[in-house]
Design a protein. Structure first.
Length: 298
């Protein structure tokens, strides 16, 4: 005996499925929104905490004077740490930038997919490598049996910066229209002159953006400078190759470990300076990247 079909049942089932999908969609949106709010809240809490504890230390003297030689003494600044960090990051950038750009040029313009795939994998693995592992490697390579130097810290930071520079530059080179390359080749210009004269200038804004991001990341790395250039400097020096250089991360570490309130206050002030530099660097890089994308999309 056959059961007559109810024409209203399929519509009812479809309506129930639609309502369930909407509930699941709303729930997932709420979870994603909550996760985003938590991430922003953590950043705000960190910035507010550091700013509230370190703002009282900010002054012209704090940025232009060296630390006092006496532990726990009030006054003094972090000028030597600022100069040391700037020198270490500058030398690291000078080493990492050409290597990163050349890797990106090879991956974009010369390599075949069979060879590009393992290189990109190696860059991704190197980008995710813990900085303490890189610091230990450089310590065994350059410092063990010798003294700490600013160059050793720069070398470690350069290793950290290379994959970020390479992948950022590669993405920017991919945005350069293929028609520009084809037109250059049609005029009889060889590949290297095309890359140097047309492709790189077109992607220059993106390359600078990646450089700013890499510099901001390197400036905040702590493990390399703690192992390779850990010195509390009461005098400013730019001798990168001959001695360890004072730097902001080590200044924060050493002052925070002190038992004197004046040193703790200086650590908060140094942390605020470092966070401000990283935030400005990241915001600048994002603004430059957005501008480059607008130019490339025209």
């Amino acid at each position: 005996m056959s059961v007559p079909l109810d024409p209203a049942r399929p519509l009812t089932a479809a309506g129930g499925n639609l309502r369930r999908r909407r509930r699941v969609d709303q729930m997932m949106r709420a979870i994603a929104t909550a996760a985003a709010v938590v991430a922003v809240a953590i950043l705000v809490i960190v910035i507010v905490t550091v700013a509230s504890n370190g703002a009282s230390q900010l002054s012209i003297g704090f940025l232009t004077k060296d630390p006092t030689a006496e532990l726990g003494a009030a006054g003094g600044g972090i000028a030597s740490a600022i100069v040391g960090s700037a020198m270490i990051v500058a030398v690291a950038t000078a080493m990492a930038l050409p290597i990163g750009v050349l890797i990106a040029i090879y991956l974009t313009e010369f390599s075949k997919p069979r060879t590009a795939r393992p290189i990109r994998l190696a860059l991704d693995l190197l980008n995710g490598m813990p900085s303490i592992v890189i610091a230990v490697f450089v310590y065994g390579l350059l410092v063990e049996g010798h003294q700490q130097t600013g160059f050793a810290a720069s070398f470690a930071l350069a290793i950290i910066m290379v994959p970020l520079l390479a992948r950022t530059t590669q993405e920017m080179l991919r945005l350069v229209p293929q028609e520009l390359r084809d037109a250059s080749h049609a005029l009889g210009i060889n590949r290297w002159r095309t890359i140097v004269g047309i492709v790189l200038p077109s992607a220059l804004g993106g390359i600078l953006t990646g450089t700013v991001l890499a510099v901001a990341r390197a400036a905040g790395e702590t493990a390399p400078v703690l192992l390779l250039s850990s010195i509390f400097g009461v005098g400013t020096t730019i001798n990168v190759f001959g001695t360890a250089l004072p730097n902001i991360p080590y200044t924060i570490f050493s002052d925070s470990e002190s038992s004197f309130p004046a040193d703790h206050a200086r650590a908060w002030g140094a942390a605020l300076v470092l966070i401000a530099f990283i935030l400005v660097g990241n915001l600048t890089a994002r603004a430059m990247l957005a501008r480059q994308r607008r130019i490339m999309s025209r």
